[in-house]
Design a protein around this ligand. Structure first.
Ligand SMILES: [Zn+2]
Length: 420
């Protein structure tokens, strides 16, 4: 689609969206009347989007369970939910059209990664309230793939099935893929048919991407989407040119805003990703603040031929930025720096120790015998501008997790001393 065609398509869908929510939901009606939008035709183009208020996770919590729902409950066919660390969970209900929309977005991701009908795809996230498993399933059905719905856990069986059924595409989270790699080595199984990895839900560094690609012999893709936007793959993915994540702009509008002022930042500058879903019916979001930090990479046509804009891989979330001794950083930057050290393995923990209001960082990392704590400390100091303490563990010593990995731990020095 040319840029002009896309724009008029977005404008049409934007007007339909406003008409839809205003005629069906009181919560939206009240919020919008304060911005001068009472009649659907008051706003005719996406240029006016910025006059509308933003939506936050807090709005989801306040309207739990179905306060923002725009269809009759009888029409709902499925729901997913993210737990969040505080307060009520975020619920996303779907009607038949929403499941189809999800399948369409996710199927595009598979096709963009190089999948063709009949390819075996192994789906390793759990099939439950977390949206990953079902989203990857709906999309795979739509793309005509052969679904191997292993879900999470039982890693040895996972590896054996991948071998026996010649899995070509592996979907899941990066941290679990590292676990799979470890088990492959332990049981001496290789997976020569595996060519594509589609990874989401955790932000991972370029260093981690390279490590996994070379060790598994695959090409990896960074998929984007979350519970509030309708699940995995709804927002987009990087194409084989790996120069930013293409956003499915015929379904979603993306703004990059300054998290404090909520004003748009210039292209190329980092800000918070704010999303409007143009085509969801049951619970569309309008200007949803994702908390994810990214920037516009390009609005120009990509070398792959797609015209949908590209955003940078998510650097982190506004709420997972760490501040230690006046230095701001994201866990992903620590990961990237660690993996630059030869002999370091992709298993690590970032421990924030607090004592009398003063924070310190300790990095626990697995590595072979050539790596010392001093080497880790020196390298991180060069890369991050502060000096964490580095503790090197032998391979296999740090705990393993089967879902999304927890990388950051908080402790007080008092707790630490009492456990010694
Ligand atoms: Zn592209």
């Amino acid at each position: 689609m040319s840029a002009d065609e896309l724009k008029s398509h977005q404008n049409r869908r934007f007007r339909e969206l406003l008409r839809w929510v205003l005629s069906r939901n009181d919560y939206y009606r009240k919020r919008f009347s304060a911005s001068g939008l009472t009649q659907p035709d008051d706003f005719s183009s996406i240029e006016q989007l910025q006059k509308l208020p933003t939506l936050s996770k807090e709005d989801f919590r306040q309207t739990y369970p179905l306060g923002m729902c725009c269809v009759d409950k009888e029409e709902i066919r499925e729901m997913h939910m993210s737990s969040g660390s505080t307060g009520s969970p975020v619920v996303m209900p779907y009607n038949e059209a929403d499941i189809e929309q999800w399948a369409e977005c996710m199927a595009r991701c598979y096709v963009m990664a190089g999948a063709v009908p009949g390819n075996p795809v192994q789906i390793t996230p759990s099939f439950g309230l977390f949206n990953g498993g079902f989203g990857m399933y709906h999309g795979a059905r739509k793309a005509g793939l052969f679904v191997i719905p292993t879900g999470s856990g039982n890693t040895e069986r996972q590896v054996r099935l991948a071998k026996d059924f010649s899995t070509k595409i592996l979907c899941g989270v990066v941290s679990y893929t590292i676990r799979i790699l470890e088990v492959m080595r332990a049981i001496e199984v290789e997976l020569p048919c595996l060519k594509i990895g589609i990874f989401g839900a955790e932000s991972f560094s370029e260093g981690m991407r390279k490590r996994i690609e070379s060790e598994l012999g695959i090409e990896s893709f960074d998929i984007y989407g979350m519970t509030e936007t309708g699940g995995v793959g709804t927002l987009g993915m990087d194409c084989p040119f790996h120069n930013g994540i293409h956003v499915w702009e015929d379904h979603y509008l993306v703004e990059i805003l300054d998290p404090v002022t909520e004003k748009p930042v210039p292209d190329g500058e980092q800000g918070e990703v704010v999303v409007t879903s143009l085509t969801r019916q049951t619970l569309p979001v309008i200007r949803f603040r994702t908390g994810d930090l990214s920037k516009i990479v390009s609005r120009e046509k990509c070398d792959c031929g797609r015209t949908h804009l590209r955003i940078a891989p998510i650097v982190g979330r506004t709420d997972d930025m760490l501040i230690v001794k006046g230095v701001n950083f994201f866990p992903k930057q620590v990961e990237h720096a660690l993996l630059e050290i030869p002999g370091v393995l992709p298993h690590y923990q970032i421990v924030i120790e607090e004592s009398e209001g003063v924070r310190d960082v300790r990095i626990n990392v697995e590595a072979d015998e050539t790596v010392t704590g001093y080497m880790v400390e020196k390298h991180l100091k060069e890369r991050l501008g502060f000096s964490p303490k580095g503790d090197v563990f032998k391979p296999g010593e740090l705990p393993r997790q089967e879902g999304k990995a927890q990388r950051v731990f908080y402790t007080t020095r008092e707790q630490l001393n009492s456990t010694k």
